[in-house]
Design a protein around this ligand. Structure first.
Ligand code: GH3
Ligand code: MG
Ligand code: MG
Ligand code: MG
Length: 314
């Protein structure tokens, strides 16, 4: 208890909830060539506040996976353009969809055919007629588990921000979207200044609290559509859609101002920190891999460091 009382405390505490997305309604993509069946499925799910999007032509399903971003896919077995099992296999071939639950809803009663269909990458087989309550419970449970798993997979455990792998993936997706819609996009690389000294002077646990406090500041001040990742130890990547380099730099300068004014209580008195940041405005029209913009932001960060730190460079 004594140790706890003496533990260094952050003077300015910012609180945010760390589990975003958990309360959003579940989203289900229904792929069925029969309009009557898909309407029935949608009506059952909608009655349980589960959002649905219906696709009658399975060849459009992959596009809807990107556009609608469902939590779960319900597949019919037999459809003219492409069968459910074929579609399941195609979905599983995309890395970003490899953990999305897929369930069949079909009148097929042959157990061998059901088994084969499942082996193409699906998680469940509901044989028609399916009782509405069973459908709802199946969808709810699958989505809850998948969301919990995904949240843990894509997040950094110290800060709750996206981890290295996921922020790279988000950049690729954002880059593609910006290219398609001719929108602006900026990438920021941010690194706490002289952080090794913070650890050496005040200890690793307080260093962790500085990292967490910066993470909370970023979460609190940035827009909901912005994406924040912990790229490494005390390094963060921000993806700012619809922001050009100048706008991004203004936002980051404001963050820097706030971060500089956060006081931390160390063993030998209060102290504060700063960070350096590099901004790269993406040009999605240029045929350049998305990850190159992280490299450019990193080069700008290096300039900020060499010009004396505690600043933002475009
Ligand atoms: P610069 O201004 O050039 O960025 O100097 P720096 O000291 O911040 O940079 P350097 O890369 O030399 O040191 C980063 C330090 O961050 C070293 C490492 O021990 C520390 N670090 C990395 N991850 C964590 C972490 O999760 N918690 C804590 N407390 N420290 C960490
Ligand atoms: Mg059919
Ligand atoms: Mg550093
Ligand atoms: Mg560093």
């Amino acid at each position: 208890l004594q140790g706890e009382l003496e533990a260094p405390a952050i003077l300015e505490v910012i609180e945010t909830t760390v589990v975003p997305g958990m309360r959003e309604p579940s989203r289900v993509l229904v792929v069925d060539d029969s309009r009557a069946q898909s309407m029935l499925t949608a009506r059952v799910l909608n009655s349980a506040v589960i959002m649905t999007r219906t696709v009658h032509n399975p060849t459009l399903a992959l596009r809807e996976l990107d556009e609608f971003n469902p939590d779960l896919v319900i597949l019919d077995m037999y459809m003219p353009e492409c069968s459910g099992p074929e579609l399941a296999r195609m979905i599983r071939q995309c890395d970003r969809f490899d953990s999305i639950p897929i369930i069949y809803q079909s009148a097929e009663e042959d157990l061998d055919k059901q088994l084969w269909a499942m082996q193409q990458g699906a998680d469940d087989f509901l044989t028609k007629p399916v009782r509405p309550n069973v459908l709802i419970a199946t969808v709810r449970n699958r989505v809850a588990r998948a969301r919990g798993l995904k949240a843990r997979m894509v997040r950094d455990s110290l800060t709750g921000l996206y981890n290295h792998t996921h922020i790279q993936q988000l950049l690729e997706e954002s880059h593609e979207r910006a290219r398609r819609l001719s929108r602006r996009l900026s990438v920021v690389m941010l690194d706490i200044d002289h952080f090794k000294q913070v650890n050496d002077t005040h200890g690793h646990p307080l260093g962790d609290r500085v990292i967490k406090s910066l993470a909370m500041l970023l979460k609190q001040r940035l827009r909901k559509s912005d994406m924040i990742g912990r790229y490494g130890g005390e390094e963060f990547v921000l993806i700012l859609p619809d922001a050009d380099g100048i706008q991004a730099a203004a936002v980051v300068n404001e963050l820097l101002e706030r971060f500089r004014h956060m006081d931390f209580q160390g063993v030998s008195g209060a102290f504060s920190c700063s960070f350096s940041a590099g901004v790269a405005e993406c040009r999605p029209d240029q045929d350049q891999p998305a990850l190159d913009w992280i490299t450019l932001a990193d080069q700008a960060l290096y300039s900020a460091k060499s010009r004396g730190r505690n600043q933002v460079v475009i």
